[in-house]
Design a protein around this ligand. Sequence first.
Ligand code: BGC
Length: 391
Amino acid sequence: MNQLKSITNGFLIFSLIFTAVSCKNQKKDTNEIIESKEMSTIEKKEFGTTNNDEKVSLYTLTNDNGMKVEIMTLGGIITSLTAPDKNGTYADVVLGFDVLEPYLEAHPYFGALIGRYGNRIANGKFALDGVEYKLTSDGSTQLHGGRVGFDKAVWTVLNAAVIDGVATLKLKYISKDGEEGYPGKLESIVTYTLDDEDTVQVQYEATTDKKTVVNLTQHSYFNLSGDFSKDILDHEVMINADTYTPVDTGLIPTGEIAMVEGTPFDFRTPKAVGKEINADNEQIKNGGGYDHNWVLTNQNDGIRLVASAYHPTSGRLLEVFSSEPGIQFYTGNFLDATLPGKNGGTYDKRSGLCMETQHYPDSPNKPNFPSTELRPGEKYTTTTSFKFSIK
Ligand code: BGC
């Protein structure tokens, strides 16, 4: 039995090395297997260097079923994630690039960790204890943490190992006091795991040395068809929310909490994304489709099912579990076929959908929204899981 196990393991390690070495766009031929127990593995390879000559590594987490998630140290970006369809065929279901270079340029945050503040802060400013903080931004609004957000930082690897049979990657980034205009040195730790239930979990932790605001999220664009030339309008989405936060034409929440009932924003029972995305509705027009924050139910329940997306043709189901009070459901309205796809095509409008678990946009300027403040001595902790299955 043990002999059989070691032969199987030996074969597995050989195949993993072989797959990695023959993988296209790989910068180097060396692929380091960090740890391998049974089938779950975590591997590392070099992925290139940033414009500041910082080395970027790419980690591949694999579970017992053969599902794979690739995450790089630049921005903690998920560059690929495979999930099986109803015939057991695995396909990559997240938008991204084949190589490092386009990730170094401006892009719509494909697969990235977002910080210090996910989504928009109006007029790029807020006040804490009577002190106003002016944030960096390319216009008046700050989006996703500023000009050089956490998505552009090279994160340090604290641990890359198979822990209790689960491939685990623990990343850390220290954001300096004043970085992108925010007060306090913020130390963030994000732990990614891939378990044998086909769940990718993202656990966020942060501490500060001065009162600040923080709102971290994950910005993967999913297309469960596995074919990025198709749009996501046929995906059936559920969002566990009775209300949402309407926005102005600049996508800043008005502060109102509005009922979803009787509007295109009602996803309490699953409905095709395309069903009402072009409805004659002011909020749909402001968002250019769906680009809003939903106020999730059962906010005091900790981690619970908050949303799902189902692709009927392939049978792939994504369920999102989170401890967060809100979710930005974004339907890739600004994608415009200018960015190179992994399969040689380009990413067209609505070729991906995002489910960004979060606190509400512009909370630092909206006293009626749940607070995003973090004080010295406190610990920010949130968890979100993306679970894949077939239906
Ligand atoms: C925002 C969109 C934005 C996208 C990419 C989403 O979180 O809500 O408005 O275009 O991120 O930056």
